[in-house]
Structures are given as C-alpha cells and as structure tokens.
Ligand binder design. Sequence first.
Ligand code: IFM
Length: 483
Amino acid sequence: MKDFPAFPPGFEFGAATSAYQIEGATKEDGRGPSIWDTFCRRPGAVSDGTSGETACDHYHRRREDVRLLADLGVATYRFSVAWPRVQPSGSGPVNTRGLDFYARLVDELLEAGIKPVLTLYHWDLPQPLENAGGWRSRDTAERFAEYTALVAATLGDRVPRWITLNEPWCSAFLGYAAGEHAPGASEGTPALAAAHHLLVGHGLAMGALRAAGVQEAGISLNLDHVYPATRDPADVAAALRAETQRNLMWTDPLLTGRYAPGETDTFGELIERQDFRREGDLALISAPSDFLGLNYYTPSTVRAAPWREPDPALRTATDNRFEGVDVPDVRRTAMGWAVVPGALRELLVSLRDRYGARLPPLHITENGSAEHEAPGADGTVHDADRIAYLESHLRAASEAVAAGVDLRGYTAWSLMDNFEWAFGHSRRFGLVHVDFPTGTRTPKASYHWYKAAIAAAAPASGSGPGPVRPVPRRSRPRRAGGR
Ligand code: IFM
C-alpha cells in the first residue's frame, strides 16, 4: 500500500470487540444477569431501546467471526469474557458451559494463527454483585480476583496477553456519577470509591494472573489528551483538573505508586471522606505491568468553570470546575467526537515524558470511529471517513514510534458493528457491517483497506498470521466443560 506509515518489526495489528456488545445469548448456558441487562430495561437508558440480548449473535456465529478475523490478517484479536457467563452470581463455582465458550474461541483463534488478547472486565458486572454494592464495595474487587483466577486456571496457558479492566474511568464515572452507563447511578463520593476499588481489583487480579503464570498482563485505560481553551492561567488550571480526573488519577497510582498530586484540589470535598483507601493499596495497585493499553478516540478542550455543589438530581459528575469547549473547524464523527489524530501522537509522547522508565510498553487497544453510513446499492458500506480516520491515526501512532515511544501494537475498534452501550445500535464502529435483524455480516470498504494496510506492513512488522503458533493440544489442560 502506497505511503503506508512504517512500523517496527513485530508491531501487531489487531481488532477488538467486547462480550456484551457482540455476544447476545444473554440467557443461554447458565449465564447470569449483568448490570447491562438490567440497565437496558430502564426506560430511556438506551437511546434506541435496544439491548445486548441478541447483539451480533456472536455466541452462535463465533466460527464465522473467527474466519472474518483470519481473512483480515490481524495478528491479535482482543475480546472480553463475560463474568456472568463464568460465575453467574459473581462468586462461587465456575459455570463450565460459559467458560467453555471462550475455550473454544481461544482454540479457534490459535488455530487461525491469531493471538488472543483477553479482557476480563468490559463493564458487564454480575447483577448480584451490584445488588451487594457493586464497585462501591471493596468486596467486588476481591470477587474480581477470584473470577480472574478461575478464568486463568483454564485459559492461562493458551492466552498470551491479559487485560484486567477496560476503561475503569467509564465504569466509575459514567456508571456511578453521570448515570449514563450501567448501573446508572448519580453519586459523588461512591463514584470515587468505585474508581479506587476498580484499581484495587486490577491489583488483585494482577496477582492472580501472576500466580497462574500468564505471559503478559496489564490494563486498558481511555486516556484523554486535554487542551486548555486559552493560555489564560485559569483555563490551564482547568485543563490540569480535567487531566487529573481523566488520566492522572489512574496512571499515577498505577505507574508511580502515588495518588496524583492534584487530586484533592480536583475533587474538593468529595475526596475528604477517603475511608475506602487502605494502607497497602498503592503497593497493590502499582504492581508492575507488562504493558499499558491505551484506548484513544478524541481529545478534549476545556475552560475554567465555577464550582457547583454536587447535586445528584442534576446528575453532576464529581468534578465540575471545568467544562468542555467545542473546537470549530474540526471534522466530527457520528459520536460528535472531534477527529484530531495529532492528539494521539502528543498523548503517547506525553506519557513517555511523564513516566520515563516506569512506563511499560504501550499497546493501542482501541481506536476507531462511528460514522454516518449505510450500505450502497452494491450492498457494501463505502466508509471513506472511517478509512481516513484509521489512516490518520495509524500515521500519528507511527510518528510517536519515530519519536521514541515504545508502542508495540494497534487495535482497531471494532471488528464489527455492535451494541454501542447507551447509543444502542444507532452508532456503528465496525469494519464489518452487521444487519442486526438477520445478523448478516458484510465487510465494509474499511475492512478491505485495513487488510491491505496490514499486508503492506506485515513483511517488515511480522504482523499477520505467521508468528503465532497454537499450543500443541497435548500440553493443554482439560477444558472447563463439554462440547
Ligand atoms: O464501544 C466502546 C467500547 O466498549 C469501549 N471504548 C469506547 C468504544 C466506543 O465508544
């Protein structure tokens, strides 16, 4: 492919999905209810009234989806395990029928020469755990570590890369402060407790993964590159507050073992009741990771705003002394997100500059765009905007590599159109079009473009099916269950 940016040998190109967004089959094979099943039934919670009940029906079309991945030529496939399939009530013995679905998926990926990248928690908390307090409660972090140990005992030898949590910022603040994601709560301090318990859960799960001897383990964060609207010191301070809440409150404890210096200023009175933090937590949270996963879509531009008292009735988030500013003359995706590929490069470089040797190798574990699109007369989606988005962000990633950032891989979100949380089916991020009533998959123009891009990079990068070898069957432990 002409002018495709250069990547170093071994750089991995992949595609990603998550369980609740694609699987469907929410009541099959002993799966228990999750907070998203419950949230979707709340009138108005999902803009088009859909849910993940059927989604892409991946649970029944798994083989077809693995074939799509193999044909795409990706080196990695990032998927998530649904906790309520493995432990329907969030604790207790493993549901073998549920875990076996993932064992089969992993085998098929390995046989296709694709490296499985497994996310343990992509937002589908078992409902019984939410009934007991959810992430507001420290007990959920302990349960998460137990669940991690169960999954790793079965898949630990076959899955080389493990991601504990996906985007804990969303779980804590969209879930417990803004009320926009499950469980749909609008709270202040409990959202901060949830954030902390997610970090503790990550630390405990890292211990379980180490005990199981997995090859690589880390976390995926949705980090924001935050620009101040002006050079006015008040706006610059507002940008630091936003950066603290969006990025530093996660990356500082994870990578330095200290809470971000601006936290108290950022969260004000809300953080004064910090009884959820215990001695020893920081050591747990900052246990070394093998990589840091970065999900990037768009940057933020903010300006200073006056403090408004947290008011759950107004769904006020925990920090409100900054507000977003619309940047004019920038293309926006169907999500309304500004397309600024240069911010990805700046974010990657700024992580390297802030954390230096403490920063593990980076993987972009999500990047992509929802676009206004529909199949053309020939049945294909000609998604030129998505191609331009992917191309420009891959270019930004390659510029970061050229600047010395240790970036090892890029994962497109998403393999296929799916259930986009509170937007339901009304936003499409896929490289593959899904006709939701029938489940029919049709690769879009972007799928063919990405395939060509990977092929162009593969001779130098080692990406594509070649380097991944299935573990010989003899050495695998027994599967969790039948089929
Ligand atoms: O679809 C989501 C995904 O589940 C998490 N990261 C952002 C994507 C797009 O909104």
